[in-house]
Design a binder for this molecule. Sequence first.
Ligand code: HEM
Length: 401
Amino acid sequence: MDEQKPVGDLTTDFDILDPDYNLDPAPTWRDMRERCPIAHTEHWGGAWVATKYDDIQALVKKTPVLSNRQPTVFPLDDGKDPMADYFADLMPPLTKDPPEHSPLKRLLLPFFSMKAVEAHRSFTEQLCNELIDGFIENGACDAAEDYARQISPRVIGHLLGIEPGQSDQFVEWVQGFVELGASNFELRSKSYRALRGFLDDEIAKRREDPGDDYISRLIASELDGEPVPDITILNMCMLLLVAGVDTTWSSIGSSLLHFASHPNDRQRLVAEPELLGSAVEEMLRLHSPASAGRIAMDDVEHNGITFERGERLIMSLPSANRDPAIFENPDEADIGRERNRHVAFGVGIHRCVGSNLARLEMEVALKAWFARIPEFELSDPDAVTWSAGQVRGARTVPVKF
Ligand code: HEM
């Protein structure tokens, strides 16, 4: 299919880090879905890019031949064979394929059931209110930096039993690994090593002095009838940080940016607070932060295209969530949208473990904010910035109130 070859424009030579694309990706997604729904790009090691909802639903089922050992949109480690088994062990269960995937996922699921995450609501409420206390008197703040960014690392730190004072360090490493490091292998490896060293020490501490945090509970769990190896616990903790920090922070920041720049939606949520749940879902759909990655372990055919062995695939969940074949007025927000089968949390066997926690954090963060700051707007729209890459979210949102 000739039209699916790279032709050097943004729609078919997609660069997830292109600044113009990143500022306003919706036109590119629209164009790709219409002209070239499964495109190929030479950027970042080369990859196929799927942009339509139905294609992504079909592609996630092609496991394990479309393997999760490369779940990132950039190759996981420069210089190594990207199909090596080494990668499958890095962040279980995300990097594992069937049959190893299920038992590992089962270890985590009970920690993130609706009931289990409810236990963290009051910690999250208190945290959000303390953050608001810190800036409410100023009549202005950066809603992404001073608020959204501060929430998810502290909640996950709390789940893992990590001292609250170390959350900032967490964010720096996680950001270095998954975000800033995307185009900088040195920073990525440095941040990755720092995180691993830190978690290694935490696991050793919990062996000496167990609590009821998730690290202690993983230490007390069994995998295939045996104690869970320390290396698996460490890799799972790495995954929780990498998967749960900047995704959720992005969603909270993008939601506040949306309400600061869409007064009708803001006023509607103030007038109809019962819409909070559907507003959260709509923000997840419209401003989905995460894309997913796969690698072909053998030639895979899909709709007349062959992903050759060793080729990577990016699944643009944000684009799928704007697919007009599925969503009415896909580029518009409707915070009361009733039918909203978005795929912000992925689909198939790797669907997000932490979706209940992410929803709780978003709900609590928006509720606490709207209760105390119902009227707010952007103080400098030109100063708004977004992160680029696998996780896209608002990073600078200057507001006044
Ligand atoms: C708005 C916030 C979040 C979004 C948009 C999100 C999105 C996703 C997506 C798209 C996947 C699937 C990736 C793939 O198919 O390769 C995923 C998997 C995962 N997420 Fe999340 N996530 C969020 C928050 C969280 C949180 C808070 C946690 C936990 C603390 C978490 C833990 C995980 C884990 C462990 C997996 C791997 C599941 C598996 O492989 O079976 N996520 N997430």
